[in-house]
Design a protein around this ligand. Structure first.
Ligand SMILES: [Mn+2]
Length: 177
């Protein structure tokens, strides 16, 4: 985890915004963005990870965040906020247009695909399977886009390294179950 004044601000904001919220597995919500933030490799992406679900899931608006965070952060956040009137895969393809947003989305999908987060929770296998299929398809779209953009490109060496790290760390959760 990287700590800078900007990241500390994002940490506090995310913690307050998500307080009282729980994920599907009943775990306090903040652990999800925090987990993503821990995997990120620079200040911008760490802030994006911490704030990636704030606009979608809390009362805080993009406008409010724009006053506190740089444009590179809020541009990515705008793309990561899924408007429910937009087709999910169209939304995912839009995210592919922004590399920082794509990298956070990749980590987001991996974490959401971690089946064991739902241990002991009463959700039908059919529903779980449907979620997994959706995430898997989204993952393919994102991973292809990032690979095409960064693999073997000197300018995107750090980004490609991050992709490889995420793939490596999630291998165990990524196996077909
Ligand atoms: Mn998320």
């Amino acid at each position: 985890m990287i700590y800078t004044p900007l990241i500390n601000k994002a940490l506090k904001l995310a913690y307050t915004a998500h307080s009282g919220q729980f994920d599907t597995g009943g775990i306090p919500y903040i652990f999800h963005p925090y987990h993503l933030a821990e995997q990120m490799d620079n200040e911008t992406r760490t802030c994006i990870a911490l704030l990636h679900d704030v606009v979608e899931d809390t009362d805080i608006t993009l406008d409010q965040l724009s006053q506190e965070f740089p444009k590179q952060v809020t541009d990515a956040l705008a793309l990561l906020t899924h408007d429910s009137s937009v087709d999910y895969y169209d939304y995912v393809r839009e995210v592919c247009g922004n590399l920082d947003a794509s990298l956070v989305k990749l980590a987001d999908l991996f974490h959401n695909m971690t089946n064991d987060r739902l241990l002991g929770i009463d959700i039908s296998e059919a529903k779980k399977k449907k979620w997994q299929d959706t995430y898997k398809k989204a993952l393919d779209i994102i991973l292809n886009a990032i690979t095409n953009k960064t693999k073997g490109i000197q300018e995107y060496k750090a980004e490609w390294k991050l992709v490889q790290k995420l793939l490596d760390e999630n291998k165990i959760n990524f196996q077909d179950k």
